[in-house]
Design a protein around this ligand. Structure first.
Ligand SMILES: [Zn+2]
Length: 281
């Protein structure tokens, strides 16, 4: 009997069902993979995958994937390496799956992976959203104990509309867990960390909350055209981002018209911090 090391290379193939296992040699295995890659069909419509109908998620083609309720997502194509991590080949999988991305109405990025064993659903990817819309991602953040930490690999939640707003608030952690970190980020611009210990920042948050309190109609609040029972933190953060956007806009037009001396305190502080804030490109 030859030992295990001397046995020729073998691969498992399952035909019809997963108990019907067959062993084949490397050449046959290579040919089977070729056939499968060229001939695989969508599990729903039975059509072969094609350029217009690629295998975007699990065993679904693009058409069948979008036929389900995807909340207005629009297809953007393959996820490019600059936007996000490519799927890594798992041990023993014969070929790589591909990642694709979609945008929702507000511009948030969602990714999918096509191929056996991948889920037939999207994953929201806010870091890719920031990259796609040219918002900086902070590389460092100051913690409440005064320490500066590496934030380059953090995942962020975006408050605002990345498609249309030039300034949005991004959040890592949460206030109830007391590990919340907030940044104001400007498209093609800087990242400014928001600190509740800074009177100016506290005032900005309080002012936004007060403004939202003023939107009470009976027992409801009418916020951004939506009726809701309470004010959420994300409402406050969105409004702060909008206000900072207006301040920066004003500061920009003031720079363009140097005769008008009206740069207010808030924009000066924002600019000062923008210069010192460490941000990725
Ligand atoms: Zn299909």
């Amino acid at each position: 009997m030859p030992s295990q090391q001397e046995r020729p290379e073998m691969h498992n193939v399952y035909l019809g069902w997963n108990d019907y296992e067959i062993k084949v040699g490397p050449e046959a295995y290579r040919r089977i993979i070729e056939i499968v890659q060229a001939e695989a069909v969508c599990r729903k419509c039975g059509q072969r995958y094609s350029e217009e109908a690629p295998n975007v998620a699990g065993l679904l083609c693009l058409h069948c994937f979008l036929a389900e309720d995807r909340k207005g997502l629009t297809y953007q194509g393959l996820l490019t390496p600059d936007l996000g991590e490519q799927p890594t080949r798992r041990l023993y999988t014969p070929y790589d799956s591909k990642a694709y991305f979609f945008l929702d109405g507000q511009g948030h990025v969602y990714t999918t992976k096509g191929g056996p064993g991948e889920k037939e659903d999207v994953t929201q990817n806010e870091n890719a959203t920031l990259k796609y819309w040219h918002f900086p991602r902070p590389v460092q953040a100051a913690m409440s104990n005064g320490q500066t930490v590496d934030a380059s690999h953090w995942h962020w939640t975006i408050h605002g509309t990345p498609r249309t707003d030039d300034v949005v608030m991004i959040q890592h952690g949460s206030s109830w867990r007391k590990d919340e970190i907030l940044f104001i980020v400007k498209r093609h611009g800087q990242a400014i960390q928001i600190s509740r210990r800074k009177p100016m920042h506290r005032a900005l948050l309080a002012e936004a909350r007060a403004e939202l309190e003023g939107m009470r109609r009976g027992n409801m609040y009418l916020i951004d055209g939506e009726e809701q029972y309470s004010i959420y933190e994300s409402d406050v953060y969105r409004l702060v981002a909008r206000k900072v956007g207006e301040i920066l806009q004003e500061a920009t037009s003031n720079t363009e018209a140097p005769d008008e001396h009206s740069a207010d305190e808030e924009s000066e502080e924002a600019n000062e911090e923008a210069h010192s804030a460490a941000a990725s490109r």
